[in-house]
Design a protein around this ligand. Structure first.
Ligand code: PLP
Length: 455
């Protein structure tokens, strides 16, 4: 076993590492960075030896918990048998084949064909590339535009970022200018006119989408991409019936529906896939990543329905797309072992109870003065802090109240994620009821401590 380097040793070398979605200037102060050196179960361990509850499940991904022996063994065994081979040309290997069959069996409806990638961003880019090709083959080459939504996060490759809410690329370019249209802001009920009912708000959103389709012209639109619940945009939940109504509207206009289930699949909302089981609709494509391997290996999947597959695999068609690591044997082995654990332990079933406890506990914090909204479902929750609840007056954009609360959480042994004036929690799915109470209690205490700091 190699000796663990000290915090100083790690952070000196870390000056060469470019962190993602980070204020790089602020990170030039070494003490602004946290080195995580170990993990097990629902905890991570930092380089100072602190054991912290992992309230963000790595990055919404360590669904079955850290250090699961079965997954580690499956990866090791696979590397000893076949370290690497591609799924290019006519090649395949047993684990990629078995995983494709397994994913197809879990996915709803006729979503039976799976292309693997190595990140959620790539899964989403792949979905759009496939659909552009699909419409070319159907003799509809003008169908290229993508409808997305404000508040969305679809990744940070050039196309995925163009589909993400513009706030995420402030000061940066997106490659696909003119290709993507973002539907109206916000899709989240809390932020709208307090006089409006949820049903009225749903009508407004659908009308906005209908108008966009009319203005752009359905003959120019390839697809609509949407997370069942928007995650990195701040855990934004559209009004009841939205996903289904958008499914109907897009189908009426021959617009393919891509459900981005990078976060919501594999148990986080109490189902293997949320589209059908939670929201009652089957899209044309599901993209997923994160919980597919619980983060033990980088892997994503773009799952397409039989009808799209028939068109892109007809005689004369060539599938000109793929990544060196598509369906990597070790990643596929990790995913199979991960899904095996989820099924054996009925993790989605358990989440129906424990996730509800988590959701209800955190929603109980709404009584605190600065908590303007607690939203989300099961193990996907966001808390928004506001200056004045009665008038819905937000904190200034740069107040960073989320970071203040997250720092109080970390001091108290819980990792939570700050997002502007919000706090996001997306833990592992295997916390006990007692651990859930600890998380809820810690978040509550941290909010009270922040309120005291604010005076
Ligand atoms: N889609 C959603 C809904 C996500 O939350 C993310 C990442 O957080 C992505 C796509 C991008 O995934 P990746 O970071 O693996 O490229």
């Amino acid at each position: 076993m190699t000796k663990m380097p000290s915090t100083d040793e790690i952070l000196t070398k870390d000056a060469h590492l470019i962190q993602s979605f980070a204020n790089l200037d602020a990170l030039k102060q070494a003490d602004a960075r946290t080195a995580i050196v170990g993990a097990d179960g629902v905890h991570v361990i930092d380089s100072e030896g602190n054991r912290l509850l992992d309230g963000i499940g790595g990055l919404w991904c360590v669904n079955v918990g850290h250090k699961r022996r079965e997954i580690i063994d499956a990866i090791t065994e696979q590397l000893e048998t076949l370290d690497y081979y591609s799924t290019f040309y006519n090649f395949t290997h047993p684990k990629a084949a078995a995983l494709a069959a397994k994913v197809a069996s879990l996915a709803p409806g006729n979503l039976n064909r799976v292309h693997f990638g190595n990140s959620g961003s790539v899964a989403n880019d792949s979905a759009v590339r496939m659909l552009h090709h699909y419409f070319n083959r159907l003799g509809k080459p003008k169908k290229k535009k993508v409808l997305s939504r404000h508040g969305a996060y679809h990744g940070s490759t050039h196309l995925a970022m163009a589909m993400t809410t513009p706030a995420y690329s402030d000061g940066w370019d997106t490659a696909a200018d003119g290709l993507v249209h973002h539907l109206m802001e916000p899709c989240h009920y809390h932020r709208t006119d307090p006089e409006m009912t949820e049903a009225e708000f749903l009508d407004v959103l659908i009308e906005d989408a209908r108008k966009a389709i009319h203005d752009i012209g359905p003959e120019n639109i390839a697809c609509f991409i949407a997370e069942p619940i928007q995650g990195a945009g701040g855990v934004l939940v559209a009004p009841d019936g939205y996903n289904k109504a958008m499914r109907e509207l897009t189908a009426e206009n021959e617009i393919k529906y891509i459900a981005d289930e990078v976060v919501t699949a594999f148990g986080r909302l109490g189902a293997m896939f949320a589209s059908q089981d939670v929201f009652g609709m089957t899209p044309d494509i599901i993209t997923t990543a994160k919980g597919l391997t619980s983060g033990y290996q980088p892997l994503s999947a773009t799952i397409i329905d039989d009808e799209i597959y028939e068109v892109i695999s007809e005689p004369g068609a060539m599938f000109l797309h793929g990544m060196t690591y598509s369906g990597h044997p070790a990643a596929a082995a990790a995913a199979l072992a991960n899904i095996e654990i989820m099924e054996r332990e009925d993790i989605p079933g358990r989440v129906k109870t424990t996730g509800k406890q988590f959701e209800t506990g955190l929603k109980g914090l709404i009584d605190l003065d600065i908590v303007g909204d607690v939203r989300g479902s099961h193990f996907m929750i966001g808390l928004e802090f506001v200056r004045d609840k009665a008038t819905r007056t937000p904190f200034e954009a740069d107040a960073n109240v989320g970071m203040a609360v997250a720092q109080h959480c970390q001091k108290r042994g819980l990792v939570a994620r700050a997002l502007g004036n919000s706090l996001i929690l997306s833990p592992t799915l295997v916390m006990t009821p007692e651990q859930i109470d600890v998380v809820v209690g810690t978040v509550g205490e941290s909010i009270r401590a922040t309120m005291a700091d604010l005076g």
